[in-house]
Design a protein around this ligand. Structure first.
Ligand code: ATP
Ligand code: MG
Length: 224
């Protein structure tokens, strides 16, 4: 799928004293088989860009095309292709148990799975079955991160969007995220990783986009 952002700006609290231009005249296009690192200081607009890509917010100006069409008209269809793990996992949870949380997207998108798929998924993020029956809100930060990531994989997305995926994770957790990304790469599937720690994922990406104060200040291909 081809994603095109043309002259996109996102302005929060427009025409108030606290107006904030979070993204300013962004021109960006990529295909969902690309592996992209999104870097930039705190407040540079990374999470805002991710919300926009997941069609959760609309641009204040500019145009977005997914495969040449207006994605907001078919947001469900496009979201199905994405697996988005947000910066603050708790904000994406709304189910009573981890099992409901992890299986929600697959059910919502009508993708079937077996108990065995669920087991494998938990192992891939370094968790065991016991956690399925717990409340996602009563877990440690690292466990929540792992659940947030597990919950976007069962519906077999074609493109991952990870916002600060290593926040709160130990080395084992980091290594399991790398494995997930490597398996996407091996299937020629893409991802965007927003991170403050580019060195942790640089080798798994081919393109680095840098935001600074809402502007895209560089877009580089990494030579291997
Ligand atoms: N809903 C909102 N209302 C008002 N301002 C907002 C809102 N969301 C984000 N902002 C502001 O927009 C700017 C960009 O925020 P964003 O969360 O996209 O940055 P970020 O690059 O993800 O930062 P971090 O690295 O800290 O996660 C910040 O100045 C932030 O305060
Ligand atoms: Mg952020």
């Amino acid at each position: 799928m081809k994603v095109e952002l043309i002259d996109i700006s996102v302005i929060f609290e427009k025409n108030t004293d606290v107006e904030k231009v979070a993204l300013s005249n962004i021109n960006l296009s990529f295909t969902t088989d690309e592996r992209i690192l999104l870097v930039g200081n705190t407040g540079s607009g990374k999470t805002t860009l991710i919300y926009l890509l997941d069609l959760l917010i609309k641009p204040s100006s500019g145009k977005i095309f997914y495969d040449g069409t207006n994605p907001f008209e078919k947001a469900y269809n496009f979201r199905k292709e994405f697996g988005v793990a947000f910066q603050i996992p708790e904000r994406q949870f709304f189910n009573e148990t981890v099992e409901q949380e992890i299986t929600y997207a697959a059910k919502n998108f009508g993708v079937s799975y077996t108990k065995e798929d669920l087991k494998k998924l938990l192992i891939s993020v370094g968790l065991n079955e016991e956690i399925l029956y717990k409340s996602p809100f009563k877990l440690s930060g690292g466990e929540q991160r792992k659940i947030a990531i597990a919950s976007i994989l069962l519906h077999n997305p074609k493109f991952l969007i990870f916002d600060e995926p290593t926040a709160g994770l130990d080395l084992k957790g980091y290594l399991s995220i790398r494995k997930i990304l490597e398996s996407f790469r091996n299937q020629n599937k893409g991802y965007i990783i927003a991170t403050h720690e580019p060195e942790l994922f640089m080798d798994l990406c081919e393109r680095v986009i840098t935001l600074e104060d809402g502007k895209m200040v560089s877009d580089e291909v990494i030579k291997k």
